[in-house]
Design a protein around this ligand. Structure first.
Ligand code: GLN
Length: 225
């Protein structure tokens, strides 16, 4: 079975470990650059993208990971992890010194952090997710059941480059008044994408017992998806 690391600097590590193991991977928590080379893939968990960015740079793991991503290393990011894989952020946070948060990049897209607004900080919904119908766990020829998705101060994808495949969208109904005022609630928003060996979701599939997103990632690692 492939060995998949879960970046364990901050955020929801344990749930990804459980989901990956249920989906057939071996797992290991990762904190150092020296641990990267043994891996077949890596998960960037949800949490706080500014904190994870800072810690990755502090621990010297950001640069080596960037280089590996450029070379085609498979990475799945959920929520904060999606932000870390994005080439661009609409509204990067500034630290005390006024420095904007950084990302690893790799996905040619622009994310908006905390996009769903205050009143919809956290919500659950079901959505159609492309690419699950061919998973080994699926009944052949049957459509995939919708994904139960939990959004927690989630980003959405504002713009994608031509290399990026959109896998799922959600209509942010009853979004915050601020979002409505900015006309941000009337369009279905991109919440899952893939490009090459990179996979990202705005939401957390790992907290609902959903295993198919991790299964898809493992198939990507194996070269079967
Ligand atoms: N809002 C967080 C960020 O910007 C992401 C939230 C999450 O990962 N659940 O990093």
């Amino acid at each position: 079975a492939p060995l998949v690391g879960v970046l364990a600097l901050q955020g929801g590590v344990r749930e990804h470990v459980q989901a990956l193991e249920a989906a057939g991977a071996r797992t290991i928590p990762v904190r150092r650059a020296s641990e990267l080379d043994a891996l077949d893939g890596l998960v960037l968990p949800g949490g706080e993208s500014t904190t994870i960015d800072k810690l990755m740079r502090l621990y010297g793991i950001a640069e080596p990971l960037r280089a590996k991503i450029r070379d085609g290393f498979p990475v799945y990011g959920s929520c904060a992890g999606m932000i870390l894989l994005a080439d661009r952020i609409t509204d990067p946070a500034l630290d005390a010194a006024g420095e904007p948060q950084q990302t690893l990049g790799g996905l040619d897209l622009t994310v908006r952090r905390n996009a769903f607004g205050r009143q919809r900080e956290s919500f659950e919904t079901t959505l159609d997710f492309d690419g699950l119908q061919d998973l080994p766990s699926q009944e052949p020829g049957q459509p995939a059941a919708p994904v139960h998705a939990v959004f927690i101060r989630a980003p959405w994808v504002e713009k994608v480059g031509s290399s990026v495949q959109v896998l799922a969208k959600v209509l942010p109904q009853a979004a915050s008044t601020e979002a409505i005022a900015k006309g941000r609630d009337s369009v279905a928003r991109i919440v899952a994408v893939r490009s090459g060996k990179l996979l990202a979701t705005s939401f957390h599939p790992e907290v609902t017992g959903e295993r198919r997103i991790h299964e898809l990632f493992i198939q990507m690692i194996r070269g079967d998806a």
